[in-house]
Design a protein around this ligand. Structure first.
Ligand SMILES: Nc1nc2c(c(=O)[nH]1)N[C@H]1C(S)=C(S)[C@@H](COP(=O)(O)O)O[C@H]1N2
Ligand SMILES: [Mo]
Length: 534
């Protein structure tokens, strides 16, 4: 039985789809080769040489705050993984388009690839740490990618319409001079395999190259010349579920613009101190290890923290006081700011007087008894009590420039945030959790309040629309650390209730109830939660 005539168009259609599919597949595989080669070679160049990292970092720098905040709140610490996955997906789509174009007119597809390469090159060369040589991996990768595309397109199976010259009227099948489906599949598989091997090689190499983790593990921190006073008993509020007074390193919030955590070899680390100073100087990690170090409990908070949010952490830091370094450099009259810069190009503007007034502003090398974790700035970061992180807590620190607010601005200030960032007095309810259901009778409440370098003196809670009640404050470790509170609500009746909290700093100033969003200088308002008594 012969096939009915109506089957013919539907037989031909898959061939058209197959043609597009072959083009798209060629494009994606060629992109795999491009990135495999470029990323593998990049392992031998500087951090900017990796096209994926540089494109991703550039993307982060141009992301508006609301999108960044959305990404952080939606994906949490996975925000960077999500970004990388999105970039790879976008590159895949663009590569497929280039492949389909190349299948029709090779020069057009190739031109599109070159345009993408130029855009990626622009991202590479504008990174803070970029050198012209960092373009070499991308250029070689692009040439390999184009060669792969050329080979694949040549071997792509030819559809009937394209393979049959109208004049000869050859009956059927691929022309004998053009390879068939099998050749294309074999070539595709071989090249895809090569791309995977190159990519895996790149990943392994960058891990092996990233010796910072190994060096960190081998490091022994010296004992402090000035240890932190022992924690008084009772810094922890006696209510189960309240945040631990000391934040374990793995639980410490992380905020930075680094797509790939910098891996710095402490033996090659230098801190340059320059600008409006009488004596420029450079410090090595050895210099820091040999210096008389100070240990201090300091609570860090992020300006992006919303009322009741958890972008705050408390650790015992070990470091060398910044004021000692500044005393040796001797700032010139007129200077009012220190611009600290990280290895990956982040910068923070810290008021000079804050670094000289005797508080524990540290070039920190230790966090809770360990060398700084890589994610928290290994080998050296700044910690300054009383200021939000964006104007003080530079991780992977490499440069201190004594300057003036009138002349320079930090990373976030030049993106619309404030230039000065004193921490606003804040407090939050941690127990009961929002929307919790608790038994009737006595409800234990508790939480944390902070006003770094001013200190917390009192905390009050308000249940429903009742009067403000004095909460118990837990013992105070120092003016620079957060302070916990607790409150027992007796006679709780079934129903839905709210609890609201507010704190007072040490000089008696009440935390403002005026609500403000994080931008440009920190959120404010009284944290309120709703819960149910059963
Ligand atoms: N190099 C670098 N340091 C940085 C940042 C950054 O993006 N890059 N972010 C700052 C901000 S906004 C905050 S709140 C703190 C957070 O420090 P953590 O990640 O150790 O909690 O680091 C600061 N130091
Ligand atoms: Mo921050």
């Amino acid at each position: 039985m012969s096939a009915p005539a109506t089957f013919r168009p539907s037989r031909r259609r898959p061939r058209g789809v197959a043609a597009i599919g072959a083009g798209a597949l060629s494009g994606v595989i060629a992109a795999g080769v491009l990135f495999g080669v470029a990323e593998l070679l990049a392992a031998f160049f500087g951090p900017a040489a990796s096209p994926l990292t540089s494109v991703g970092s550039t993307f982060i720098d141009f992301t508006p705050h609301w999108l960044k905040d959305f990404a952080i709140s939606t994906f949490g610490t996975n925000d960077k993984t999500v970004l990388l996955a999105s970039l790879v997906a976008a590159a895949g789509v663009l590569a497929a388009v280039a492949g389909i174009l190349a299948r029709a007119v090779f020069a057009a597809g190739a031109a599109l690839v070159v345009v993408f390469a130029v855009v990626m090159g622009a991202c590479v060369i504008t990174r803070a740490a970029a050198a012209p040589a960092d373009l070499v991996p991308l250029v070689i990768g692009t040439l390999c990618g184009l060669a792969a595309l050329w080979l694949l397109i040549r071997r792509a199976p030819v559809s009937k319409a394209a393979s049959v010259p109208a004049t000869t009227g050859q009956a059927s099948g691929d022309s004998p001079s053009r390879p068939g489906r099998r050749t294309f599949l074999v070539t595709s598989l071989a090249m895809a395999g090569a791309a995977v091997v190159l990519g895996a090689g790149a990943a392994t190499l960058s891990t092996v190259r990233n010796t910072a983790r190994t060096l960190r593990a081998a490091l022994h921190l010296p004992a402090p010349a000035t240890p932190a006073p022992p924690l008084p008993a009772g810094v922890q509020a006696p209510v189960p579920g309240v945040t631990p007074f000391i934040t374990p390193n793995p639980d410490f919030y992380r905020i930075d613009t680094a797509l790939i955590v910098p891996g710095i070899d402490p033996d090659r680390w230098r801190l340059r101190v320059h600008g409006m100073v009488e004596h420029e100087l450079a410090l090595s990690f050895r210099d820091l290890l040999a210096a008389p170090l100070t240990e201090a409990y300091v609570t860090l908070t992020c300006v992006s923290n919303v009322v009741g949010g958890n972008l705050a952490g408390n650790a015992k830091w070990l470091g060398y006081p910044v004021r000692e370094v500044l005393a040796r450099a001797n700032p010139l009259p007129g200077a009012d700011m220190v611009l600290s810069t990280s290895q990956d190009g982040f910068s923070a503007s810290t008021p000079l007087p804050v670094l000289q007034d005797g508080r524990n502003a540290l070039l920190a090398i230790g966090m809770n008894g360990e060398p700084l974790p890589l994610e928290h700035g290994f080998p050296v970061r700044l910690v300054v009590p009383g200021l939000y992180g964006f104007v003080s807590a530079t991780k992977w620190l490499v440069d201190l420039e004594v300057t003036r607010f009138a002349d320079k601005a930090g990373y976030w200030t030049s993106r619309g945030w404030s230039s000065h960032g004193p921490v606003k007095t804040a407090s939050r309810v941690e127990v009961p959790r929002a929307l919790a259901r608790v038994p009737a009778g006595t409800v234990a409440m508790g939480g944390t309040a902070w006003a770094q370098h001013r200190g917390i003196s009192r905390v009050e809670v308000q249940i429903d629309d009742g009067g403000w009640q004095e909460a118990m404050v837990a013992a105070e470790a120092s003016l620079d650390t957060w302070r916990q509170w607790s409150y027992l609500w007796h006679g709780a009746r079934p129903g839905t209730h709210t609890v609201r909290v507010r704190a007072y700093d040490a000089d008696g100033t009440q935390q403002t109830g005026v609500q403000a969003p994080p931008a440009p200088d920190g959120s404010s308002g009284w944290h309120t939660i709703t819960f149910t008594v059963e």
